[in-house]
Design a protein around this ligand. Structure first.
Ligand code: ATP
Length: 267
């Protein structure tokens, strides 16, 4: 299953500490880790089997990062389900593909199953076309499996657009919890700058992350990472011994965060 086309086994190094912000989601995951790490005792105590989590929100704000960090936190293998390639060309293929993918995940269990861009797979369900009938059946199969699964397959589903998600997916009993991720606040941006600067030791310890956070309203975590990367590259090319706050401020001045680019597109 390294790369069967339906499922991909991913190596993960990300830790919860690599995520700046998401301060409700992180302790929630820690609690699930405790339950899963001592599952027989938890079950005997009356704890419900963890099903999974749905994370919805803006691109570049840490959804994929969280899926990876979850697997590392639980100490379990991470399988990513590629819903795009699951939709076969011929009616019937997609269902067989999904059955196979789920059977593989169950065989690998305990594991974390990351269902990325979950909204894309179930587009048009309930409509009349042949394609939407397949999507409707696939969706039904997935929901039933989510509700009845007994194996320890913890699902992390991620989506950008809540309005594109079928309401059935949001009903109680499907996922244990739904989290919304938004652009980071000023204090979260400070932490995200720190995470990415600390990762790159040459970056220099004297960076004023408070100033940087103050100038990056509307930047996603991915935008902030891009600023740090660009600053370091420029400092290297200019032959500087280390990165400075001033250089990062200049990079910020010269860049447009994703939220601005997206707003321009809509208008
Ligand atoms: P998409 O919907 O586009 O897939 P996403 O929400 O899944 O976006 P990620 O892939 O998790 O976003 O983010 C891209 C990169 O940006 C991450 O690998 C990480 O380096 C950085 N990043 C995003 N959010 C954060 C955060 N909260 N803390 C630290 N780094 C972050």
């Amino acid at each position: 299953i390294q790369k069967s086309g339906l499922l991909e086994m991913l190596e993960v190094r990300e830790r919860l500490d690599d995520i700046g912000g998401l301060d409700q989601l992180k302790p929630w995951l820690q609690q699930k880790r405790q339950v899963l790490s001592d599952w027989p005792a938890a079950r005997d105590f009356g704890v419900e089997p963890p099903k999974g989590v749905l994370i919805v929100g803006m691109p570049g704000c840490g959804k994929s990062l969280t899926a990876k960090a979850t697997a590392a936190l639980f100490g379990l293998p991470l399988l990513r389900m590629d819903l795009g390639s699951l939709m076969g060309k011929y009616v019937g293929d997609s269902e067989a593909n999904m059955r196979r993918a789920i059977a593989v995940a169950e065989a690998v269990s305990p594991c974390v199953l990351w269902v990325d861009e979950v909204e894309k797979a179930f587009v048009g369900i309930g409509g009349g076309s042949a394609g939407s009938e397949v999507a409707t059946r696939l969706f039904g199969y997935f929901l039933t499996w989510m509700q009845e699964k007994t194996r320890q397959v913890f699902v992390v589903a991620t989506a950008n657009d809540i309005s594109a998600l079928p309401p059935e997916l949001l009903r109680k009993g499907r996922f244990d919890e739904i989290f919304f991720v938004d652009f980071p606040t000023e204090s979260e941006r400070q932490t995200i700058f720190k995470v990415h600067l600390d990762k790159r030791r040459k970056a220099g310890a004297r960076i004023d992350v408070r100033q940087l956070a103050g100038k990056t309203n509307g930047y996603s975590g991915a935008d902030i990472e891009a600023v740090v990367k660009e600053g370091i590259e420029q400092a290297f090319v200019d032959g500087r011994a280390e990165l400075t706050t001033e250089r990062l401020l200049k990079v910020i001045q010269a860049t447009q965060p994703l939220s601005v680019v997206m707003k321009d597109k809509v208008e």
